[in-house]
Write a new protein. Structure first.
Length: 398
């Protein structure tokens, strides 16, 4: 047995203090409370909830979310979808454009695979070429051209992605989006399902009022597109989007029918910088990098969690202060080390060998750096290891 695997299996039931460092750890109690709050919010506001699995990349956590009330999951990559389906998650939305013929063939095969289980694959498009290529891939799969055998006729749900302010993917709202929807209707293997209207930038607008105004502008684009679709005698279908920073605003709009919020389950340091909108539930930090002090000096201490253990695209991690611990700030120490200095107004440094907990700046890419997440119940101070959670879709980039 691989020594690393043996170590992990032997951890179950042991103290949180026995976890070697650096390690990615989930506070399961906090995560479950976050999960319950989101599920209750979706029920109360009568909206569908389809969290992003690109956050945790875990089949186990995806199934836990579905058990709590999620209708399925979103992913961004074809390979992520394949891993979720192989693990028994049969309602998957690829909320991204797929253009490569080889990938589209895989999408078509997935659509057939989940149909046998009563499931559904959906995908986003933002161009006529994208619609054409998807239709061809589905047609090939239907007629068995790719494998020389007859295939069961299946239909894929297709969402037209509109750019509501992200400035990334998406066709312009309004008539351009309507033309794509009309094109989708021409193909028997494609079913127009609605609009993908996700605004990533609004998730990190710090001020509540500014966030509300930015989200309101996005909703105007959605409303315009829906009205133009109706003018063409087309039902607008489902409007899906929203993230952890804004989902309550989309839910209250009367336009969005599905929320894609995912980061709430862990909550990273970047989201913690947002001024909390009182209309949204309170979520707790639940994902941490456990680290240990390996060197101590007069002005600073050094821990063993460098950038190989956490992503820094949204800033450096925060040091999570347990009770009776003085505040510390984390500074860049390179790949394998972090520099720790006292926060403003604090004077103490941690002792050599002391265990500390870091809140990653951005949870999604941090998770992708690890093979497993160690689930702890009973809290970080004196809890026990309950389970080892595989990052099943780690490195699933295609």
């Amino acid at each position: 047995m691989n020594k690393a695997v043996a170590y992990l299996s032997e951890l179950i039931g042991k103290s949180v203090h026995d976890i070697d460092t650096p390690a990615l750890v989930i506070d399961l109690d906090a995560m479950k409370r976050n999960l319950g709050r989101m599920a209750e919010f979706a029920r109360k506001h009568q909206v569908r909830w389809r969290p992003h699995a690109k956050l945790h990349k875990s089949i186990l956590l995806a199934k836990m979310q579905i058990k709590a009330g999620a209708v399925g999951v979103c992913v961004q990559k074809t390979s992520e979808a394949e891993i979720m389906v192989a693990g028994g998650v049969h309602d998957v939305y690829i909320s991204n454009e797929v253009i490569a013929s080889a990938k589209l063939a895989r999408v078509a095969a997935l659509t057939q695979a989940v149909a046998a289980h009563g499931g559904q694959i959906a995908i986003a498009v933002d161009s006529l070429e994208g619609v054409s290529r998807l239709a061809q891939a589905m047609s090939d799969a239907r007629t068995g051209i790719r494998n020389g055998t007859p295939s069961t006729a299946t239909v894929i749900d297709v969402f037209v992605e509109i750019d509501v302010g992200q400035g990334r993917c998406g066709v312009q709202p309004g008539q351009d989006a309507v033309l794509l929807a009309l094109e989708i209707r021409k193909h028997p293997a494609l079913r127009f399902a609605g609009l993908q209207a996700y605004h990533g930038k609004v998730q990190h607008v710090r001020n509540v009022q500014e966030r509300r105004m930015t989200a309101a502008d996005a909703m105007k684009s959605v409303e315009l597109t829906c009205e133009l679709l109706k003018a063409q005698d087309m039902a607008p279908g489902l409007v899906t989007g929203a993230g952890t920073g804004s989902f309550a605003l989309e839910a209250a709009s009367g336009v969005y029918g599905e929320l894609q919020a995912g980061s709430f389950i862990f909550m990273d340091a970047d989201y913690a910088q947002n001024e909390r909108d009182p209309v949204q539930p309170h979520f707790e930090h639940a994902l941490f990098v456990k680290t240990q002090v390996v060197s101590r000096h007069a002005s600073h201490a050094v821990c063993d969690a460098g950038h190989k253990s956490h992503a820094i695209d949204s800033g450096l991690p925060q040091v999570h202060a347990l009770k009776r611990q003085e505040g510390l700030d984390y500074f860049n120490g390179g790949d394998e080390h972090g520099i720790l200095r006292p926060s403003s107004g604090q004077t103490g440094l941690p002792d050599l060998g002391q265990m500390l907990w870091l809140i990653p700046g951005h949870c999604d890419p941090t998770v992708n750096l690890h093979d497993v997440m160690i689930g702890v119940s009973g809290g970080l101070k004196s809890g026990t290891v309950e389970r080892i959670i595989r990052v099943d879709a780690r490195g699933a980039l295609t």
